[in-house]
Design a protein around this ligand. Sequence first.
Ligand code: O2Y
Ligand code: MN
Length: 598
Amino acid sequence: MFDELSSIENPHVRSWLEEVATLTKPSNIHICDGSEEEKAALTAQALDAGELEELNKEELPGCVLHRTAQNDVARVEHLTFICTNEEKAAGPNNNWMAPNEAKEKASKIFDGVMEGRTMYVVPYVMGPIGSPYSKVGVEVTDSIYVVLNMRIMTRMGSRALDQLGPDSEDFNRGLHSTADRNPDRRYIMHFPEENTIWSVGSGYGGNVLLSKKCFALRIASWLGRKEGWMAEHMLILGIEDPEGRTTYVAAAFPSACGKTNLAMLIPPESMKGYKIWTVGDDIAWMHIGDDGRLWAINPENGFFGVVPGTNMKTNPNAMITVQKNTIYTNVVLKSDGTVWWESHDDPAPTEGALDWKGNPWTPDMKEEDGSPKKGAQPNSRFTAPASQCPSIAPNWEDPKGVPISAIIFGGRRARVAPLVYEARDWQHGVYIGATMASERTAAQYGKQGEVRRDPMAMLPFCGYNMADYFQYWLDIGKRIPNPPKIFHVNWFRTDEEGKFLWPGFGENLRVLEWIVDRATTPEKTENAQETPIGLVPTTSSINIEGLETTQEQLEDLLKIDPKEWKAEVESQNEFLDKFGEDLPKEIREEQGKLKDAL
Ligand code: O2Y
Ligand code: MN
């Protein structure tokens, strides 16, 4: 029926694509092979159509700019659904819709949506090619912007169909159309029981690059539980010490807590001989290795990083990464064809610039309420190949992954949480992850200072009931003979005047150094002290040499205030109670132990 699809050998892929094409009725079908010629042709087409703008060829070779619709600039959690047969399987942490209802609703929008348009078929691999831990997906989309992003973010093209093989049914089926970008007809629907995603009405980021949050986290967390592995919202990095030993850690922080910056950290002057190797900045798929350790791969092939706030001080490696072959979304376009954003190293352009909406912009402009008018959208992004990052680990594509010695959870807390502490054991670590929280900053919508629980930084990304997710963490811990040690960090503790006590950025390596020491030399006891919340560094075991941080400030950074912690334990209940009887008893057990100890 669709001649273009006859070249697809795998009958399961072909019949699903026929089904999709019958529904969406495209005028053309293009099966992406992932070649350079294809990239050039699609880019030329998007430039012609005004979907992309070419940037300064000398300064930013191979870079383009895309502007999204003004009502389509971020993930839409309220329009994101988990569509399982049983509502309880989705849990109180997700919006739920019955699969039949979801398909009926979305089918009406998808019906004929690609008439007069091209349907692009994007086969892709998540994880290194040939890795036993990699997974194949196929995304159908009517957006060239999506195809070009997927080309960076995944291993895309014919090699994905080769990896799938001629008869496997084991692939994620992702259907996307930008449709009319009407937020009233926008849905991001996940069908974990069918390994399927339907996304309609958006052309932006996490809503449409279905490989990322939709597949690699929401669907993969479901698959991981079924198949005995873990899909986590974690960066992966290697810390090479002056003796040349590299220790790998995985770290989970809520969105907008500087994960990409930590993943690409540059050691401070005072820590010569250290090197940080970036394996991934957002997602980790972890399996139990034959040696009894937990091994992690980065399923992605690129970075989809937030632009404002990125500069040569906060993240020099990211700045170098985005100098070529990068797609910029919703940033300022300068008259010389280069780009700019708030907190860029260069001064704001004073003439000839266009803001993220494509309107003339100068830095003195004001919004109606008198606040400064931003040139770049606060959630503007770069999409850049991971291979371009100067700190990319030489083994980042090792099919077996890297062995994880420590898992780090982190939040943004002005008080309560110390700079760093260690869980007594895996079960205690699961409790720490399950109750981790951040306070809203002025930059976020909502009440400033309000504490938001975001367990394991997975609240928006866990594809099933989080009570079952906590249970799965507890269960898998028992099956890892040599599990990573679990830690919690808080770079954001402030003093009485609200000033940050810790310098952050590259200096965070001083904390990583303690973590590595604890994780790799468990026989050492002099570097930590038992407290009600876990093991906290002794004040002499965090190196503050050369910092402005005083010994007194370090003591404040490591202080446990029983009064604050008693309030913290109580405040956890509002979140934990949502799971009712389903909450694993071990979480309450650990909470009880903490309460007693306080
Ligand atoms: O708003 C979006 O669509 C992007 S959100 C995002 C992008 C890259 C990495 N992490 C995130 C996140 O929200 O955690
Ligand atoms: Mn993320």
